[in-house]
Design a protein around this ligand. Structure first.
Ligand code: GLY
Length: 447
């Protein structure tokens, strides 16, 4: 199969890496596969546009607009296109590929609204009966007054309706703070909406306590299989301090020790994923792609929906796909064609971890240009893979070219082993002023 992966980051590098391999090609040292099958077919993968680091292992072709990407996919005679970032889906890449007759793993624009409009997502969730926090959609502060009045002494979350590059969600510990944030986001003081069109409408919802996790379902219209669950770390600093980022590290797949049993995942499929797919189909917008459910588990282990994303998580994907010994390509192709997705249960029980090396100044103002030393040495470690994100070719080697620079993944028979391998490899990389969290996976460590 010839597969085009669209995107520029560590997530797309991980997708290309896993898709190219099939299953059981690179068994993990010391981890015994429970399957009797040997290896499955490898596939040819092209990344569009990719980056200088991805180009070490895959052919990368430059194209950044929907029209140019479709032209590349046609020229490559792609059997399958897998879209990484939501921005291309929101811009209608899946619609354009459908017109061109190329199967696309990633939803069309109308279904991608599940991520690009928080108000649409809440409306679909409510109509589908998916457990989620109570909410109101406000275009003026007055719209939320009754909601605030009923919540004195409680926390609320203020979410811009549209895409804001991860900056549109503010958690408020009091209603007072919530009112202030809502006014600021709507720009009711006369300044205009803080995020332009994206915060002309704002979702105000109850703050839910508990432990967050990300569940990934591979969806084909009204059918779905669960790929796995992971946990990421969003804040820049150790102990969950400092501003939010795209994610500074992740661990997965979560298992029974983390409360994520097969029954739990089946419950998420039955009560969160399938009703949402049926509701979208009922509205004439069937969904083909990955549905990423951001969940909050309460103290009793009961999940509630925080948000849906319509793409793989970054960096959750790097941890999951490095660990999961699964032949992804046939499943993604079946989903893209609207056929039964089949089975994507992994061989073995490997755990994965990923640690992000971020540029100085990230997330507000990442500095570009610093040399990256030690990438090859880190990549050469057993059961380690360095997935490349904000990186470019300089005169004497790779240089920093974005906020999240490298996603260093480790895997092993336990999360401890996977994390130790990832951190040992991180310590072989030097970037002046780089930022690395030292507590990734602390909640899943056993020692
Ligand atoms: N890591 C969170 C996300 O991809 O949205």
């Amino acid at each position: 199969m010839k597969i085009v992966v669209v995107g520029t980051g560590g997530r797309e590098h991980a997708l290309a890496w896993r898709l190219a391999r099939g299953a059981s090609v690179n068994p993990v040292a010391g981890v015994t596969s429970t399957s009797t099958s040997s290896s499955s077919a490898a596939h040819e993968v092209v990344v569009v546009p990719g980056n200088a680091g991805i180009a070490r292992g895959f052919r990368c072709v430059e194209a950044r607009s929907v029209a140019d990407i479709v032209a590349v996919c046609l020229a490559e005679a792609a059997d399958l296109v897998v879209v990484g970032p939501e921005s291309f889906l929101d811009a209608g890449l899946a619609d354009a590929l459908d017109i061109a007759g190329i199967p696309c793993f990633g939803p069309k624009q109308a279904a991608a609204r599940l991520e690009s409009s928080k108000a649409f997502m809440k409306d679909v969730a409510r109509a589908a009966g998916v457990p989620t926090s109570d909410f109101v959609v406000a275009t003026t502060v007055a719209d939320a007054e009754a909601f605030f009045a009923a919540r004195t002494g409680r926390g609320v979350v203020i979410k811009a309706d549209g895409l804001c590059a991860g900056k549109g969600v503010v958690v408020c510990s009091s209603v007072l703070e919530g009112r202030r944030e809502l006014a600021d986001m709507l720009g009711s003081g006369g300044t205009g909406p803080r995020f332009g069109e994206a915060s002309r409408a704002v979702v105000v919802e109850d703050l839910l306590p508990g432990a967050e996790l990300s569940v990934f379902a591979l969806c084909s219209d009204e059918q779905a299989v669960i790929l796995g669950a992971a946990r990421d770390h969003k804040r820049i600093g150790d102990g969950d301090t400092g501003p939010n980022t795209g994610g500074m590290g992740a661990v997965g797949p979560l298992g029974a020790a983390e409360g994520v049993t097969d029954d739990f995942l089946e419950d998420v499929r039955q009560r969160f994923i399938l009703p949402t797919l049926r509701e979208l189909a009922r509205r004439g917008s069937p969904f083909r792609g990955v549905l990423f459910a951001g969940l909050m588990n309460d103290a009793a282990g009961q999940p509630s929906l925080l948000e849906f994303n319509v793409r793989f998580g970054d960096p959750e994907t790097e941890a999951l796909l490095f660990a999961l010994d699964v032949d992804l390509a046939p499943v993604l192709l079946a989903c893209a064609r609207g056929e039964a997705p089949g089975d994507c249960r992994p061989l073995g029980d490997t755990k994965g971890a990923v640690v992000i090396i971020a540029a100085p100044g990230y997330p507000t103002d990442p500095e570009r240009g610093a040399p990256i030393v030690g990438l090859m040495a880190a990549d050469a470690q057993p059961d380690v893979q360095v997935f490349c994100a904000g990186i470019a070719a300089g005169s004497f080697g790779f240089v920093v070219d974005g906020g999240r620079v490298l996603a260093v993944a480790g895997r092993g028979a336990s999360f401890d082993e996977a994390l130790d391998r990832a951190y040992a490899a991180v310590d072989l990389v030097h970037i002046e002023g780089a930022q690395v969290r030292r507590d990734i996976g602390a909640s899943v460590r056993r020692r």
